[in-house]
Design a protein around this ligand. Structure first.
Ligand code: SAM
Length: 225
């Protein structure tokens, strides 16, 4: 509710950008340099290859995965709320010589803005920017084609706990216990799988690569819409 209201008055199409230019530049440099090939390979194995698949990189930031998917033969849509990241990702795609579709918008508005479903929805370290954990899982589910996949890598609510202010801890608790989300608290471990289990799925794999990091692979049921 609070996050939805905020979005009503802060519109990317009117020039609003939550990510300052300098921060975007520094983050981009870091993640492009330390690219996670292990994750890329794991997703490719899980989805039975990228070639010819339509992939949505939801919350794609500087585009390192979007470009990698395209280099492996996928038809990629980059989607993010930040124009600063859009510029960086466009430049990276140009340098790599790949064609990518770029769409600026809030992740929660993606079904309305994109009007289509994908073979794979990829969502890395930005699940917590969804307006509500359960509703955002529904958004991702809607964007997957029947029989298609989602891969979500997300920090859980233990992430950076020691550094959180009292208010941030309270907001994390509020989200974890009552599902009331103010700002962007990380979801409690287990919430994302639980959210997807509300819908028809074919299979799900949950990995905990680190104590604060959860990785969820979901395949949507063939008959689901
Ligand atoms: C930590 S970065 C992750 C970027 C990329 N997925 C990666 O793996 O490096 C979080 C991203 O979420 C985007 N973001 C934050 N809130 C968003 C929202 N409500 N809708 C769309 N994108 C959002 C930011 O612009 C940023 O690109």
């Amino acid at each position: 509710m609070m996050n939805r209201l905020h979005a009503l008055f802060h519109r990317p199409e009117r020039g609003w950008d939550p990510v300052p230019c300098e921060y975007a530049r520094e983050y981009a440099e870091r993640v492009w340099q330390q690219f996670d090939y292990q994750l890329l390979d794991a997703v490719e194995r899980w989805t039975d290859g990228f070639a010819g698949k339509e992939i949505l990189d939801l919350g794609a930031g500087p585009g390192q995965f979007a470009v990698a998917f395209a280099q492996r033969g996928a038809l990629v849509t980059w989607y993010d709320v930040s124009r600063n990241y859009l510029c960086i990702a466009q430049q990276k795609a140009k340098e790599a010589g790949v064609d990518i579709t770029f769409v600026l918008g809030y992740m929660d508005e993606a079904p309305r803005l994109l009007h289509k479903q994908f073979d794979l929805v990829f969502n890395r370290v930005c699940f917590y920017y969804g307006w509500n954990d359960f509703l955002f899982a529904k958004v991702i589910y809607q964007l997957i084609r029947p029989g298609g996949y989602a891969c979500i890598e997300a920090n859980n609510s233990t992430f950076g706990w020691d550094r959180l202010s009292l208010t941030a801890r309270f907001r994390t608790w509020l989200n974890a216990t009552l599902g009331i989300k103010i700002g962007h608290p990380h979801p409690p471990r287990g919430r994302i799988p639980a959210a997807f289990l509300r819908y028809p799925i074919k299979q799900m794999l949950v990995e905990y690569p680190e104590p604060h990091l959860d990785r969820i692979f979901v395949q949507k049921a063939d008959q689901a819409s």
